[in-house]
Design a protein around this ligand. Sequence first.
Ligand code: GCU
Length: 675
Amino acid sequence: AEDGYELWLRYRPVNDPALLKEYKKITSAVRILGNTPTDTAIRNEMLAALPTMLQTNIPVNTPAAPSLLIGTLDQINRQIDLPVIHNTNDEGFIISNATIKGRKVTIITGKTPIGVLYGTFQFIRMLQTNQSVTDLPVVSSPKVQLRLLNHWDNLTRYVERGYAGISIWNWHLLPAFLDPRYTDYARLNASVGINGVVLNNVNANADILTAPYLEKVAALAKVFRPYGIKVYLSARFSAPIEIGHLSTADPLNDSVKLWWKNKANEIYSQIPDFGGFLVKANSEGQPGPQAYGRNHADGANLLADAVAPHNGIVIWRAFVYDPEANDRFKQAYDEFKPLDGRFHSNVLVQVKNGPIDFQPREPFSPLFGAMPNTPLMLEVQLTQEYLGQASHLVYEAPLFKEVLDADTYAKGKNSQISKIIDGSLYDHKISGIAAVSNIGNEQNWTMHPFAAANWYAIGRLSWDHSLSSESIASSWIKQTFGNDKDIQTPILNMMMSSREAVVNYMTPLGLHHLMGNGHHYGPAPWSNNLPREDWNPVYYHRADKFGLGFNRTSTGTNALVQYQPAVQQQWADSNTCSDQYLLWFHHVSWSHRLSSGLNLWETLCKKYTDGVSAVKDMQQTWQSLKEKIDGERFERVAMLLAIQHTEAQWWRNACLLYFQTFSGQPFPSNFEKPD
Ligand code: GCU
């Protein structure tokens, strides 16, 4: 049975006879030159993949002359006739041809064993996706240094915003019991280039920093190490009080400084390659430096100085908002921009992709491009808190690409966010992307089989943000469902239309934050009496008899001025602002004509209807694949799509019937009526 556990590391026989012949020839004698734990991982992976895919015995490290030589550049160059000279960074890899005493061999190499491991996974991916390995060399280096998953996992194993079971970290049985799943988790991550993992929730419990837990963390770090994955921890800012028994957590207090230094020393004595701390401070009730009249830089630098002697880093989150702000949109920028240049050199500031909170579509956060002297890390969310959670099929790569490709104009045209977060625009030494994990202990890791594509995609994009959403999806489909030609285009179409579908049936035209309070599931645009004004959907959509949308231009909250003039210009005028962001920045009259010629109300009806139809199309497409997909995964996706279809209608009906009470206009006769 196909339980989905293997995800994209699914090794099935290669059917194409010509390719099979080619692959067999290349792997007829494999030699792995190193003997580090990473080399063992390489060997294990090759032996998991090749014998099943090629249906033959694969000799590894036999006396036979090698056909495939795997090792670091130093090791390889000692064996072959001409040195390999392609340039990569420390994690990069090269797959190439070479000769040993006149005989052709294929080589997988890199500067470090980890680079070689990444090359091995690329090689296996080429076989899984039926690419010829004759078109060489393949040379690749990651563009971004810190490619992290952020687990919002509590020590109780409850996962905040987790929809795929409980946490895979079994704290109770660690450190003695090492679930084989930990190794598979590391393999999956390494195969897409993820090299770091924050184990615990940003709403952190200080206990993770106590000795018994650090022993458990060290055990996980040991499993991950051969796969190039470092562990990081979310640190609770008030830990010196809670577990250190100090009376303060003031970042400028000497005992507090000493406490963090000692704590860092303790951690590094057990985990010498510990990555560092992630901190959510003065946000949604979390403790932070502001309680002592200090600022975010004071707080971040305190921890940064503690880990600096060990080459650790601190990732300080910029997700802040409080009820007093006149527009939540503006607060992160207002609080952080003035601190630009005040953070120590081992601090990154982690910024969510948009100014509010992982909505189906947001304009990019204006902090990107506003802090040239601070390395900024992009935070995106894999777990679909606001995207239908685990029951909706939403391929997020187009969302990630929209952010990465957005031009901030910070240094003139072509100052894309990708160049800010890979460090190239301002020449920063550290760079990173963090993705809030969607992983749990469900058999198939992510509950919705297609949610795994988002995990996969963010790894591939963190490595190389120039890859297209389509090419990533297409590799994922082949690796996950196989190379059958008939399934490629239909599944690709489903995936590529899914993000725009969810925007349309939930929050089209720049609407945002219309969901139910707390659980964030389903529509509640009418909600207007929550304890905080900025939690109420009515605060965001501002529907009235005149129209709809949030005026953030100079006649409104003027959040727009946080962007460079060239960006402001794109969005400042409701007649020229693209439909995608219209209601993010404008309160527009119901009779306002959009580019399509329809008025606002009619367009809203059309968008919600389009969203529902797109889900219906996905369902039909999936049904057409019934004979081509194994029963278990087919049924699972079919059932989930049925839920998604019902819920898309729920969103459309709820939102249109509610907004109609303001627009007072009838439903256009060519659309199915909401009920
Ligand atoms: C959202 C989410 C919270 C989370 C927060 C964060 O608001 O609903 O559960 O803690 O983001 O990113 O810190």
